[in-house]
Design a protein around this ligand. Structure first.
Ligand SMILES: [Zn+2]
Length: 388
């Protein structure tokens, strides 16, 4: 009997916004969900105990195929029993396909029908990534959700460029699915020897051209995936263009499958995308900006380097209940940051992740209780009223 690798159940709706549960072999993930990014098997600056703590309670994190494939390498991870066992994370994971990272290398890569050739950013050696290689690596990594190998067109791509890229992505989607199915049938053993199998998501491309986006969605759904993602956004296009694409495409995506917006965005972007029907998000902003001294708060962004915080006895965010905000002042965190203490990055990362994850929790509660429109309005108003 066929058992789907994941199950997705909608528990409530308000307008296009949905809340529900994504059921995986490693636990239930309530949606809409934010997934912290663990590039090289680590969510930078934070221990897994903290990610699992009630403060954050991250149910799913991301792993990067490109980075893990180059270092420590697929054979090391296979020998260590798959990515969960290797890094010591028992909850769910999603791996990207490596397509976006390779695309981001710019002039260092060459894209052909077969795949992408590029120089490793670590030692300059020549590497080749294709749908088949990506599926093999992702099968060994063993995340609950794997992603099809795609090609991304820049946000301002012309129609011809976007069409060419979209067609290539569709051919690669088919090859990804074929290779993935063979691997899942046991050509390679599952690293963890678990009964459950992995899910594979397809990716919609087409830059900012809505007709191409719609065609990409339709033809990706024809191939058939366990969930669908909107890729190729937040890559240089203007924000209103990004929102127009999400508004047009998300509601057309299969209603009974999770919808994932890749690599976006600020807390405000997340809420606006939820309002347009998106269920899953990932972004490096809370961790990366945390390391650069920036805190996301309910009253907008706070730059801890700013001299106005030198004697500031307030927490990063007066509305935040995270352990950092319960204990430390802006003045102290600023001192740590200016002294080059690693604790500054750790504290800012913790708070930022807590803020993103708590915001999504409040979004879920609001949709369930039919208060999402009110929540969205109040959240946005507060965000623009300035720091306390
Ligand atoms: Zn906090």
């Amino acid at each position: 009997m066929y058992e789907p690798p994941i199950d997705f159940q909608i528990a409530g709706r308000e307008g296009e916004a949905r809340t529900g549960a994504l059921i995986t072999r490693r636990g239930v993930i309530e949606t809409p969900v934010f997934m912290p990014v663990g590039t090289a098997g680590t969510v930078k600056g934070i221990r897994f105990e903290e990610l699992e703590s009630p403060d954050l309670d991250a149910r799913i994190i991301l792993g990067n195929t490109y980075h893990l494939w180059l270092r420590p390498g697929i054979e090391t991870i296979r020998a260590c029993g798959g990515l969960h066992k290797f890094i010591g994370w028992d909850r769910a994971m999603l791996t990207d396909s490596g397509g976006f990272q390779v695309w981001s290398l710019g002039a260092l890569r060459k894209i052909t029908e077969e795949g992408t050739e590029f120089r490793s950013h670590i030692d300059g050696s020549l590497c080749f990534l294709s749908p088949e290689v990506s599926m093999e690596v992702q099968t060994v990594l063993g995340a609950e959700i794997a992603m099809a190998f795609d090609e991304c067109a820049p946000g301002e791509a012309t129609r011809d460029e976007a069409r060419r890229s979209m067609e290539l992505t569709l051919r690669w989607a088919k090859r990804s699915k074929d290779a993935f199915e063979k691997l899942q049938r046991g050509v390679l053993p599952l690293p963890l020897g678990e009964g459950g199998k992995q899910a594979l998501f397809g990716i919609v491309q087409g830059a900012s051209h809505l007709d191409l986006r719609r065609e990409s969605l339709e033809r990706t759904v024809e191939i058939g995936f366990d969930g669908y993602a909107i890729g190729g956004l937040s890559v240089g296009e203007e924000k209103h263009v990004m929102m127009e694409v999400i508004e047009d495409i998300a509601p057309r995506m299969p209603a009974d499958k999770p919808r994932y917006l890749m690599g976006v965005g600020t807390p405000e972007d997340l809420i606006e995308a939820v309002a347009r029907g998106v269920d899953m998000f990932d972004c490096v902003l809370p961790t990366r900006n945390g390391r650069n001294g920036q805190a996301f708060t309910s009253r907008g962004k706070l730059n801890i380097k700013n001299a106005r915080h030198a004697l500031d006895q307030k927490p990063l965010d007066e509305s935040c209940q995270c352990s950092v905000c319960r204990r430390h002042t802006r003045a102290f965190i600023r001192h740590l940051y200016l002294s080059g203490e690693m604790l500054a990055s750790i504290l800012l990362t913790h708070h930022n992740l807590a803020f993103f994850l708590d915001t999504m929790k409040r979004v879920r509660q609001a949709i369930r209780s039919g208060q999402f429109a009110k929540f969205r309005r109040e959240f946005t108003e507060q965000l623009h009223c300035g720091l306390g």
